[in-house]
Design a protein around this ligand. Structure first.
Ligand code: GAL
Ligand code: CA
Length: 350
């Protein structure tokens, strides 16, 4: 999706209604009210996180255009190192940022970060990598915005099950009534990797499908690592691979790269990802990716932006999205398949 389209969707969704009434009144605001936000990501090249950052920046720009306010958004890259990211958080605290949004490198270190932010009274919004409940309960100005990982696994399982049950001959190449699959997993210890892996398979099995795992491994959400793994598996298992289940789209694209590099596109199995990133949507249109589950970056970014805005200008957390237990905002996932392959009832109730 192009920037312009993103922008238009955002303008419609964020809406004037939400912003109006939130702005400080003109009597209060002698000088232009300002908000300084830090956005810290575990790795800037991560495709999905790039889309969240872009949507957040667009929301900030839009709000600035609607109101007489100034918003500065500083995006910092943790480069995969918690030590680097912790240093960046300390810098944001020293420089008196108004609010800090953190996509942790290592989600087990949240407690000490929360304690530092609390001492400085700077609200913290964690996103995408969910700290444990006990850590989030250390202070009331700590929030989490993300999606329910388990739901994406269930939807991915249903997407594969629907396709297979509607056309078993197409997928069961060796006709043994089982689905031979390989699984490309995200980073070990990440809630999305663990739950997507578990619930995609559980869902398929609960639909009565016999799953036969050939091999699984982590490719850390990376396209290139996934391509390397897939090339090795392709050499070993070749045409026996009927399904490639991927914890995210970048790894699904890596798997497709491996088939392209081996000039085996005619053997391309049923490849599914999660995220619905722009390059994945292109692969879907091209016909190499079978399906994906949309991880809604627009809504996640809006929810984060609304929290930042209301915390800074109103001193309390407000959002169009439900704030569970005063702390959590979870955005739903949605299945996306190629038009020509749509076979079923679409979005199933969970
Ligand atoms: C997941 C997403 C992955 C990757 C990961 C990073 O939610 O599906 O593509 O971005 O977060 O933490
Ligand atoms: Ca089979």
């Amino acid at each position: 999706m192009g920037k312009k389209q993103n922008w238009m969707i955002l303008c419609c969704m964020l809406g004037l209604v939400w912003l109006s009434g939130c702005a400080p009144s003109s009597q209060e605001a002698k000088k232009v009210p300002e908000m300084k936000v830090g956005i810290l990501v575990y790795r800037k090249e991560d495709t999905f996180l790039g889309t969240i950052v872009e949507a957040f920046e667009a929301a900030a720009k839009y709000a600035e255009q609607q109101e007489n306010i100034k918003i500065s958004v500083s995006v910092m890259d943790g480069r995969g190192s918690q030590a680097v990211q912790t240093g960046q958080i300390e810098k944001c605290i020293d420089q008196k940022y108004d609010v800090i949004c953190v996509n942790l490198v290592d989600r087990t270190v949240a407690a000490s970060i929360i304690d530092q932010a609390k001492a400085a009274q700077i609200p913290l919004i964690f996103f995408n990598r969910e700290p444990v409940k006990e850590d989030l309960e250390r202070w009331d100005k700590v929030y989490y915005v993300g999606a329910v990982a388990k739901e994406s696994g269930i939807l991915q399982g249903h997407l594969i099950a629907d396709a297979y049950l509607n056309n078993p001959e197409r997928f069961d190449k060796n006709n043994d009534q089982k689905l031979q699959y390989v699984m490309l997993e995200g980073e070990q210890g990440h809630q999305d990797a663990l739950l997507r892996t578990e619930y995609s398979i559980r869902t398929l099995v609960s639909e009565g499908i016999q799953m036969d795992k050939l091999v699984n491994d982590t490719a850390n959400w990376h396209r290139s690592q996934a391509a390397t793994k897939m090339s090795q598996w392709l050499e070993k298992y070749g045409n026996a691979i009927e399904v490639v289940i991927c914890n995210n789209d970048d790894m699904a694209l890596g798997a497709i790269d491996a088939y392209k590099a081996a000039k085996k596109l005619e053997e391309l199995p049923f490849i599914v990802g999660i995220d619905g990133t722009p390059p994945a949507m292109e692969a879907l249109a091209e016909g190499t990716l079978y399906g994906t589950i949309k991880n809604d970056e627009q809504k996640q970014a809006q929810a984060m932006f609304q929290l930042c805005y209301s915390l800074v200008f109103h001193g309390k957390a407000e959002s169009d999205y439900t704030l569970e237990k005063g702390k959590y905002i979870f955005i739903n996932y949605l299945p996306v398949e190629r038009e020509i392959d749509k076979v079923s009832t679409g979005n199933k109730e969970q």
